[in-house]
Design a binder for this molecule. Structure first.
Ligand code: ADP
Ligand code: ADP
Length: 228
């Protein structure tokens, strides 16, 4: 569904963040980008929803050049989860999820039922959580809201940039398990950035190891473990 063909990104200060990347991500897989800080993972991710533009090369989404997509359409088809989810502190959880523009056209009833459905998907009881404020939630629960919000418009692709790295090990493991369960149910394509090999091996259908803006290796967990 996503194909990078000779993609490079050079920032205006001259930094070569990504160099001549060729990459194919298949429908329905969890594709993990891993590598040390500064190797170009976030840059690669952000080019997939045009948060940043490529300097050279072409990205295709479903065979269509990404530059030919309407940017709004593209953003709706692609959910994005960051390491530190920014929730609006004065708004309830329900309101925080319903900020997604597509939902603004919906009536109150449809919005409520979609919010409830999303909260259940991420393992939070809607009756308890929909009226709470963000500061009444733990870090892990806030990240769940981030995932719920990213799923709200029913995107085909979800980009996750170290979504669990700020969490304690127990919450982190729980969220990893839940993402795997969720993935099996909703069958979305997920591109997941991490610098934690254990996390990569656990979540990735395929893992892409990056170094200095290039791909070192792509393979299944088994292939990565068995390679010399
Ligand atoms: P990673 O996600 O693997 O940590 P990034 O994609 O964030 O790596 O960064 C890759 C390289 O590009 C790094 O050297 C980083 O400092 C640089 N970089 C990232 N964003 C910018 C920017 N907006 N301007 C200039 N350099 C940047
Ligand atoms: P994000 O949270 O979007 O990944 P960061 O927190 O890494 O971004 O960085 C904050 C901002 O600084 C971003 O716009 C990023 O692109 C930019 N940036 C990151 N690294 C560099 C760099 N080496 N030089 C200039 N800008 C950078």
């Amino acid at each position: 569904m996503i194909k990078f063909s000779n993609v490079s990104k050079r920032y205006s200060d001259g930094t070569h963040a990504v160099n001549d990347l060729d990459l194919e991500i298949e429908d329905g897989e969890i594709f993990v980008l891993i590598g040390p800080s500064g190797c170009g993972k976030t840059t690669t991710l952000k080019m997939m929803n045009r948060l940043i533009d490529v300097t050279d090369g072409t990205i295709f989404v479903d065979g269509k050049e990404i530059s030919n997509y309407d940017i709004h359409e593209l953003r709706w088809e692609i959910g994005y989860v960051l390491q530190q989810i920014a929730l609006f502190p004065h708004m309830t959880i329900e309101e925080n999820i319903a900020v997604v523009p597509e939902m603004k056209k919906w009536g109150r009833e449809k919005t409520r039922s979609r919010v409830d459905e999303l909260l259940k998907m991420v393992g939070l009881d809607p009756v308890v959580y929909r009226t709470r404020k963000p500061d009444e939630l733990s870090g892990g629960q806030q990240q769940r809201i981030g995932v719920a919000r990213a799923l709200a418009a029913d995107p085909r692709l979800i980009l996750m940039d170290e979504p669990f790295s700020a969490l304690d090990p127990i919450s982190r493991e729980k969220l990893q398990d839940d993402i795997l369960d969720l993935q099996r149910t909703i069958k979305k394509t997920i591109v997941f950035v991490t610098h934690d090999m254990q996390e990569a091996l656990k979540l990735g259908d395929r893992i892409c190891i990056m170094k200095e803006g290039k791909i070192v290796q792509v393979g299944t967990a088994q292939e990565i473990i068995e390679s010399p």
